[in-house]
Structures are given as C-alpha cells and as structure tokens.
Design a protein around this ligand. Sequence first.
Ligand code: AMP
Length: 282
Amino acid sequence: MHLYEKRQEVEAVVAGYKNQHETIGLVPTMGALHKGHLTLIEQCLLENDRTIVSIFVNPTQFNNLKDLEKYPRDLEKDIALLNNLSQDIIVFAPNSNELYQNNIETKGYDFGDLADQMEGRFRPGHFDGVGTVLHIFFELLQPDNAYFGKKDFQQLAIIKKLVALENLPVQIIGCPIYREESGLAYSSRNERLSKLHREHASFIYETLIKVREKFGIDNAIQLRERVKKQFENNPYFKLEYFEICETKNLQPVSVFEKSKKYRAFIAVFADDIRLIDNIALN
Ligand code: AMP
C-alpha cells in the first residue's frame, strides 16, 4: 500500500503508469471501509495493472452538515484493511483544500430527469457534488476503469451520464450489492447504528424482497402503499421514500410493461442515520 495525500505526488505516479502503458483502475470511496468496498477493490485488482483507491469524504456532496460531521473516518484502519488485501494498492487520501485547490465549490451539471427523483430530490445538490468530485478524480487519476456499487444505483447512472456529458475516457463498472447475513447492505453508516436498530435492520431488505415477490401480482401503486403501511407499523425505521422505477431511466412508474426492467428503491432513517438500498424486480 502506498499512501499519497498530495495531488502532485499522485499525478507523478499516474504519469509513470501511463508511460508504461499500464491500465489504471479506480475505486472512489469515502473511507470507513467495509466488506462492500473490498469487493469492488478485489474486482479492480483483478481487472487492472494498477489499482487506486481514493479515500475522501467529499464536503460538496453532503446537503446535511451534521451528516458530514458525523461521517465515520478511520484512515489507519482503512490502510490496514487495504494492506491485508494487497501491498500494491495506491491510496489517494487528500484533504479538502488539497483536492479542491483551496476552492471548495460545486459545479452544476445537467443530469436531466436522472437527478430529479429519489436521492436527487431528497438531497438537493448531492449529485452535483458527486459529479464535481468525480470529475476532478477522473482528470487527475486518469483511470481506464472506475468501479461503483449498485447499492448507490442512481449514483451509478449519474456517473455514466457525467462521463458521457464530459466525454471522459473512462469505463464505468457497476458492482453487485454486498450484504450482511441479515440482508442489510454494508454501509459505512452502519457503524453508527444502535444495537436495537442493528437487530431489526433486516427489515429493510425483507421489505424489498416482499416487493419483488409481489411484483407482477400487485401494481406499482399497491406496492408503494403496502411499503408505506409496513413502515407506519414499524417503530424502528422512518421511511423517507420508496420508489419503483424503470431501470433504464430511473423514472417512477405506475404501470408495468412486460418488455421493461424495473427496480425498487428505498431510503430510511434509523434515528438520524440514513440508509439506502435497492433491488432488481425482474
Ligand atoms: P462510499 O464510501 O459509501 O462512497 O462508497 C464507495 C463505493 O462503494 C460506492 O461506489 C458505493 O456504491 C460502493 N459500496 C458501498 N457499499 C456497498 C455495498 N454494500 N455493496 C457494494 N458496493 C458498495
């Protein structure tokens, strides 16, 4: 594992790889690494000559200051986990002023309809922040491939759009959602869950599984109503949104068509901890 905190240093390393015609894979993360992150990094190691993992809690994608402050950070532990995986990983962990060159500003992107729903709707400015930071990473680190989890499915679609809009020479690769035995999707925020919330956290994935079971029997309106009721009767989690969208364009649907693919999306609060998940319905 080689740790770089300065843009210039990592830029020189990247230039060296490019000179040798080595392929570069990038896994952008906000740290507090868990097994979900590690599956992305393992795939990246397999598919590229060089693997860069960025660890950066990006201020411009947080619409809630408390969430940013409370976001778990443990670089030492992250480094130990990465060293365990491979000694060859390059870690880029700049601070905000270094990455943004003392100008922490969000760029505006035209992500169109993709950004109107779900995360875009409930976290205003979030996707512009995601786009801003990834645009910087892609230009600085020049990856051939970049790996993202389907846990943030809407983000994955936004990043593909960013790459198309800006004509960036990077292939975006979506990776499966990695779950705990209970079904709870691994997330850095899980660390902050109380024992009680943890014990009941399987409820989120179970809700999605039930929706998948009823898909094709109930229509989208009935499915949404059922989920809403289930959460009204659940004392542990507060539903922020539940949505069923066409996979291709992430637009909410009311009528299902046989030829199309659909996905269900959910965001819930456990106290002040926000968790998201999603599932393919067909
Ligand atoms: P984060 O550090 O939360 O920004 O996540 C970094 C990357 O890891 C993103 O592409 C996430 O979608 C992905 N990721 C986070 N949790 C999981 C998970 N449980 N399974 C698969 N990918 C994940």
